[in-house]
Design a protein around this ligand. Structure first.
Ligand SMILES: Cc1cc2nc3c(=O)[nH]c(=O)nc-3n(C[C@H](O)[C@H](O)[C@H](O)COP(=O)(O)OP(=O)(O)OC[C@H]3O[C@@H](n4cnc5c(N)ncnc54)[C@H](O)[C@@H]3O)c2cc1C
Length: 263
């Protein structure tokens, strides 16, 4: 169990960031579900709950999500369901409703968990993260960056009519996924994203390009799923072997493409 010496309630985002970097063991608190699984000794636990970061707002060109918005809110929010339904679908299998009522999107994205269902789904859209120090960057770039202490405050998703489909495979309900896939389509452009490999989600660029430039016939869809299973690195852990993940990837990518083609 983790230990927090003191809870700090910042009065602004700047105050929260300054407290975060002022001492090594100062830590941002989201819903603390992941933190409590470890045994970290936290000096100041920085509680963001009074900074009004719990919201989903619509603008002409994008949707803005505050870092303290819960996964449950993303699952049931009308703006998300209307514009980015696969995000809602991607969180449904994470443990249970009570859990999702506490887990926050800021922590889920900032932590870059390899198994993350919501990251693979966000990646299939044109998504950006806002970091207090790092500024606004594309999610894809953020996922590639080395860890640096920062505070994620907002997530932006462009409303560009992208259709996306999310699928995952789990050994048991509520277990971590052994593989998760999101495929999106904007016009003729296809984006294939695969996570829980077990490394963090990545875009299968060659497979996406191949299918974007060729007719979406069943032969080409199968070929794209094979390219994706070869171009990305897969590994083994207690949930599944590398070889199994490669075979599952081919099936899930093919299914997700067929589903997104129907949208
Ligand atoms: C038992 C268990 C099973 C899970 N299963 C799944 C699953 O199947 N699929 C899935 O996708 N996810 C799963 N998760 C992850 C879960 O969905 C959340 O992503 C995770 O719990 C983090 O959310 P939290 O709000 O509780 O974060 P916390 O535990 O509060 O924080 C996690 C980390 O993020 C940092 N942090 C928090 N907020 C911010 C911020 N705004 N900016 C910068 N850093 C921040 C904290 O300092 C900490 O280091 C699981 C988690 C647990 C504990």
């Amino acid at each position: 169990m983790f230990i927090i010496k003191e809870i700090y309630k910042p009065t602004s985002i700047e105050d929260a960031y300054n407290m975060l970097i002022s001492q090594k063991n100062n830590t941002i608190l989201g819903g603390t579900l992941f933190l409590r699984m470890g045994n970290k000794r936290i000096n100041k636990g920085i509680d963001l709950s009074s900074l009004n970061l719990d919201y989903v707002k619509e603008y002409d060109e994008y949707i803005e999500i505050g870092a303290m918005t819960t996964l449950r809110e993303l699952e049931i929010n009308d703006l998300i369901l209307k514009n980015f339904k696969s995000i809602s679908e991607s969180v449904k299998d994470i443990i249970g409703v009570q859990f999702r009522n506490i887990a926050t999107i800021g922590a889920s994205v900032f932590s870059k968990y390899g198994f993350s269902d919501v990251i693979v789904s966000l990646l299939s859209y044109d998504t950006y993260v806002k970091l207090f120090d790092g500024g606004i960057i594309k999610l894809e770039e953020f996922l590639k960056r080395k860890y640096k202490k920062d505070l994620l405050t907002q997530i932006y998703i462009k409303k560009d009519n992208t259709k996306s489909k999310y699928i995952s495979m789990r050994n048991e309900n509520s277990d971590y996924p052994i593989l998760n896939v999101s495929v999106s389509k904007q016009g003729e452009q296809i984006k294939i994203c695969i996570g829980a490999r077990p490394k963090r989600a990545m875009i299968a660029k060659s497979a996406s390009e191949f299918l974007s430039c060729n007719p979406k016939t069943i032969e080409n869809i199968i070929k794209a799923s094979q390219i994706a299973s070869k171009e990305l690195e897969f590994g083994s852990n207690i949930r599944a072997s590398r070889e199994y993940r490669i075979e599952v990837a081919k099936v899930l990518v093919k299914r997700a493409i067929l589903e997104v083609e129907k949208c």
